[in-house]
Design a binder for this molecule. Sequence first.
Ligand SMILES: [Cu+2]
Length: 139
Amino acid sequence: MKRWFVMLAFVLAVQGEAAEAPLVAHDAWVRATPPGVDRSAGYLVLENPSDAPVRVAAAHCEGAARTMLHETVRLPDGREQMRHVQGWDVPPHGKLVLAPGGRHLMLMQLARPLREGDAITCTLLTDRGKLTVRFAVRR
Ligand SMILES: [Cu+2]
């Protein structure tokens, strides 16, 4: 938590509050929560039409006490495990895909359930500004 605030302060200090990351978001969705579950995962595709890489360093989603950058990896024995990562680079004129079974935003300690048909807002913090994205809640 503390580290996220330090990172946020750093990003805002460097970029200024108004800077918009040069990214285009598509297909943003977050999984609806089953009863009793207070965490979820968010997915999207980020395109970078600019000539330089954009590093996604942190995220914050509405209603979640913490949002982490996670990757699901398959272990040699076939089990899947989630790992926290420090960031992702969106290559110039390329894209970054967050999808089930791979990279995702991990929404922790949700204040209320995510219901199918709703939408929440997440802010992605990058080294070139921030990006606000609407995520549809799906099953
Ligand atoms: Cu995760």
